[in-house]
Design a protein around this ligand. Structure first.
Ligand code: NAD
Length: 331
C-alpha cells in the first residue's frame, strides 16, 4: 500500500495508525511516498512522479493531511489525487464515543460527499480586473453514481434513511440536477426512507437534533463544510475518519487538515487517522481486524485515562497510540 505521511501533524498521526495496524497482525508492505508541501520543499514538486507511479501500482493509500495555501500557491493535491484516480465518493462516518465531552451523545451519521466536481472543479477566471468567476460543474453522471454509492452503502450497512442536502431553491439548474438524479436512484431503494433538506436548514437541524440524521448525501463543497460541522458534534476533528473510494482504488484519510498550530509537538489526536486505518483494513478484507481497532479505540476513549488534550486529557499522540496498541494486544 502507498503511505503518504503528509504535512503538519500528518507524520505523527499516520505513524500512530501504522503502529496500530501492525498490532492487529495484518502485514502491510508500505511504499512510503512524499506529497504536498514537504515534497515541494524536497523535490520542487508537490506531486512527485514516484507518488503517482506508486498509486498506479497499489491503487490504495493511507494518507496524512496535505497543506494547501489559502488564495495562493499550487492547487490542492488532495483534489488532484481524488480526480486523477477518480475517487468519486468521500465517506465520513461520524459517531459519538462514550466518555468524550461533546455537545451530543447519540450521533451516528455518515456523510457521503461527491468528490470530483462542483466548485471544486477549480475553474476560475478573472473576467475583468476586479471581477472573477468560479464555475460550478454538476453532471448527471457524477450525481447518479454518488447517489448510487450512498444508497448502496445505506443498504449494505442496514441504514434506514438518507437525506440529500442541497440549495436547489437558488441553484435550480445545478443543485436541481443533483436532486433529480438522487430522486431517480432513490426509487431503486424503497426500503430506505429518502428525504431532502436545504443546506442552511440542514445545518440548523444538525446542531439541534443530529440524531435525526442517518446517511447524508451532498455535493462536494457542502459535503466538505458539513463534515467538519458534524465532527464538532461528536468532540472534534481528531475523532472523525474518512475514505475516498473509486471503482479501482481508495485513499484513506482523516477529515482533519495539517493542524499546523500543534504540529511537531506530539499532541495531535491520532484517533481519526487510526480509524481511517480501520476502514483501510475493512477495504482489504480484514473486517475482523478493522473491528478490533474500532473496539480498542472505543475502549481507550471510554476509560478516559489516556486522552489527548483536544479531548480534555494530557496524553501525547504516542501515549494514546500505545494505549490503543496495548488494548488490541489484550483483546
Ligand atoms: P485543520 O483541520 O488542520 O485544523 C483545524 C483545528 O482543528 C485546529 O485548531 C487544529 O489544531 C485542530 N485539529 C485538527 N486535527 C486535529 C487532531 N488530529 N488533533 C487535535 N486537534 C486537531 O484545518 P485548517 O487549519 O483549516 O487547515 C490547515 C491546512 O490543512 C490547510 O492547508 C488545509 O488546506 C489543509 N487541509 C488538508 C486536508 C487533507 O489533506 N485532507 C483536509 C483539511 C484541510
Amino acid at each position: 500500500m502507498t503511505l503518504i505521511s503528509g504535512d503538519g501533524v500528518g507524520p505523527e498521526v499516520i505513524g500512530a495508525a501504522v503502529e496500530v495496524i501492525a498490532a492487529t497482525g495484518v502485514k502491510i508492505d508500505w511504499d512510503r511516498q512524499a506529497a504536498g508541501a514537504n515534497a515541494f520543499r524536497r523535490f520542487g514538486n508537490p506531486v512527485p512522479e514516484d507518488l503517482l507511479q506508486s498509486m498506479l501500482r497499489t491503487r490504495v493509500a493511507l494518507k496524512g493531511p496535505l497543506e494547501t495555501r489559502v488564495a495562493e500557491g499550487f492547487r490542492s493535491i488532495n483534489v488532484l489525487l481524488r480526480k486523477t484516480f477518480d475517487l468519486y465518493a468521500n465517506l465520513r462516518p461520524t459517531i459519538s464515543f462514550p466518555g468524550i465531552p461533546a455537545p451530543f451523545r447519540n450521533v451516528n451519521l455518515t456523510v457521503v460527499r461527491e468528490n470530483t466536481e462542483d466548485l471544486y472543479a477549480g475553474i476560475e477566471h478573472e473576467v475583468a480586473p476586479g471581477v472573477v468567476e468560479s464555475i460550478k460543474i454538476i453532471t448527471a453522471k457524477a450525481s447518479t453514481r454518488i447517489a448510487k454509492f450512498a444508497f448502496d452503502y445505506a443498504r449494505r450497512t442496514g441504514r434506514k434513511s438518507l437525506t440529500a442536502i442541497h440549495k436547489a431553491n437558488i441553484m435550480k439548474l445545478s443543485d436541481g440536477l443533483f436532486l433529480k438524479c438522487a430522486r431517480a436512484v432513490a426509487k431503486q431503494y424503497p426500503e430506505i426512507k429518502y428525504t431532502e433538506q436545504i443546506v442552511d436548514a440542514a445545518c440548523m437541524r444538525l446542531v439541534t437534533a443530529p440524531a435525526s440524521f442517518d446517511v447524508l448525501l451532498l455535493e462536494n463543497l457542502y459535503g466538505d463544510i458539513v463534515s467538519d460541522l458534524c465532527a464538532g458534534l461528536v468532540g472534534g476533528l481528531g475523532l472523525v475518519p474518512g475514505a475516498n473510494y473509486g471503482d479501482k482504488g481508495a485513499i484513506f484519510e482523516a477529515v482533519h487538515g495539517t493542524a499546523n498550530d500543534i504540529a511537531g509537538k506530539n499532541v495531535a489526536n491520532p484517533v481519526a487517522a487510526i480509524l481511517s486505518g480501520s476502514m483501510l483494513l475493512d477495504y482489504l478484507g480484514h473486517k475482523r481486524e478493522g473491528d478490533r481497532v474500532r473496539a480498542a479505540v472505543t475502549s481507550v476513549l471510554r476509560a478516559g485515562r489516556t486522552l489527548t488534550r483536544d479531548l480534555g486529557g494530557k496524553a501525547s499522540t504516542s501515549e494514546m497510540a500505545a494505549a490503543i496498541v496495548r488494548t488490541i494486544g489484550r483483546n
